[in-house]
Write a protein that binds this ligand. Structure first.
Ligand code: ADP
Ligand code: MG
Length: 376
């Protein structure tokens, strides 16, 4: 790895400033892997600062002289290859957790090319959903929240169809009622109270991910996996949602380009992924602009996540990138997509105000990071 970037993380004040925003877009670079190093590939992704990344694209002129084209991007935050999941969690999903207790919807997306680290970030052994769940279970032990329970659902969108990963990959349908509420009929939701149980449920779900009805093992890079943790009052017959956090491990962004593939099935899947990633971008942009119209009907993905795009919702998108030169084009595409999800207003104003104490107090309500968690 190269020299550590100047400021790897924002100061407390800089971080708290960002939390005013309903949508945050961050980038995470994974380390070079053994194969890439053995092939003597170059690391072309340079994390210049806690909010800046530069791609050094190797190019060749017609006369065969080599040169480098530099592409700079600015995001709410950029995590270099040394950053671990705890740190990513601290700056991304953790601030959302207190929000769902005060009754809101929070969504955390992992976007990027296959192999860039989406699953590692989200669903890995110490992935951010586990860290979020730990905080949620701890919060639930507090007197003011003891009437609530956490219910988990895990499903997949593959080729525009919904499949329940906790129920033998049963096909499901999303319905929108007269009031505009979208629900997935028959989706299995399991009450969970500790991380061991949650992890067993996820492991079980992952075994049935993308195994087609024909029994042929399809490629999980072509599906979106959605894990939802919903807070509800225990025993409430109306099953009203108190708060919900969704973690989405999106299909590989490079699959959106498969629309020209010679194989009909691949081409159709690519078109579906392309459609959903475009609709997702539009919905998040609408949330950012607080515009009245959210085009959530644009795809199955945005339709089932409708509540994430309206009202009191908070969203974080983690754009995962690979560092190696062979991935350059996909990396640039990922960064351009992430850039358009949220146009960062010129934030480089010198002498910012004081940290927003309201937000700081909210975060303080969460259990401190690394505190041992009592089983309930
Ligand atoms: P994706 O889900 O985007 O296709 P994965 O999460 O499966 O990618 O990551 C591809 C490989 O890279 C995996 O072997 C994973 O363990 C490894 N990897 C990804 N991100 C990191 C990271 N930040 N640090 C170490 N290894 C990583
Ligand atoms: Mg994956």
């Amino acid at each position: 790895p190269g020299p550590a970037a100047a400021g790897r993380f924002p100061t407390e004040g800089e971080f708290l400033d960002q939390l005013d925003s309903r949508i945050r877009v961050v980038v995470r670079k994974r380390p070079m892997n053994r194969k890439e190093m053995d092939r003597k590939e170059m690391d072309i992704a340079e994390c210049c600062n806690w909010d800046q990344v530069q791609i050094n694209e190797p190019k060749v002129k017609v006369d065969l002289t080599k040169y480098t084209e530099h592409h700079q991007f600015m995001f709410d935050q950029v995590f270099d290859e040394e950053t671990n999941n705890q740190e990513v969690y601290f700056y991304t999903a953790r601030p959302l957790v207190s929000g769902i207790f005060s009754g809101g919807h929070a969504t955390c997306f992992a976007y990027g090319q296959t192999g860039a680290g989406k699953t590692f970030t989200m669903m890995g052994r110490d992935g951010i959903y586990v860290l979020a769940a730990k905080d949620i279970f701890t919060m639930l032990t507090r007197p003011e929240y003891q009437h609530l329970q956490a219910e988990v659902a895990f499903f997949e969108i593959y080729g525009g169809k919904l499949f329940d990963l906790l129920n033998k990959r049963k096909r499901l349908w999303a319905r929108e009622d007269a009031k505009g509420t979208v629900c997935i009929a028959g989706l299995r939701e399991e009450v969970v109270a500790d991380c061991d149980r949650l992890m067993r449920i996820i492991d079980y779900g992952l075994t049935s991910r993308s195994v087609g009805a024909t029994g042929v093992n399809a490629d999980s890079s072509r599906s979106h996996a959605i894990l939802q943790i919903t807070l509800r009052a225990a025993g409430d017959p109306s099953r009203r949602i108190h708060g919900r956090i969704s973690f989405i491990d999106l299909a590989g962004s490079e699959r959106a380009a498969d629309t020209m593939d010679t194989n009909r099935q691949t081409r159709m899947e690519g078109a579906e992924i392309n459609k959903s990633l475009l609709a997702l971008k539009e919905c998040i942009r609408a949330l950012d602009k607080k515009s009245g119209h959210t085009p959530f009907r644009g795809s199955k993905l945005t339709m089932v996540l409708k509540d994430s795009f309206v009202g009191n919702a908070q969203t974080v998108m983690i754009a995962n990138i690979s560092p190696n030169s062979l991935s350059c084009e996909n990396t640039l595409n990922t960064l351009r997509y992430a850039d358009r999800v949220k146009e960062i207003q010129s934030r480089k104003v010198p002498g910012r105000g004081r940290p927003n104490m309201d937000k700081a107090n909210k975060l303080d309500q969460l259990p401190p990071m690394g505190e041992p968690q009592e089983p309930r």
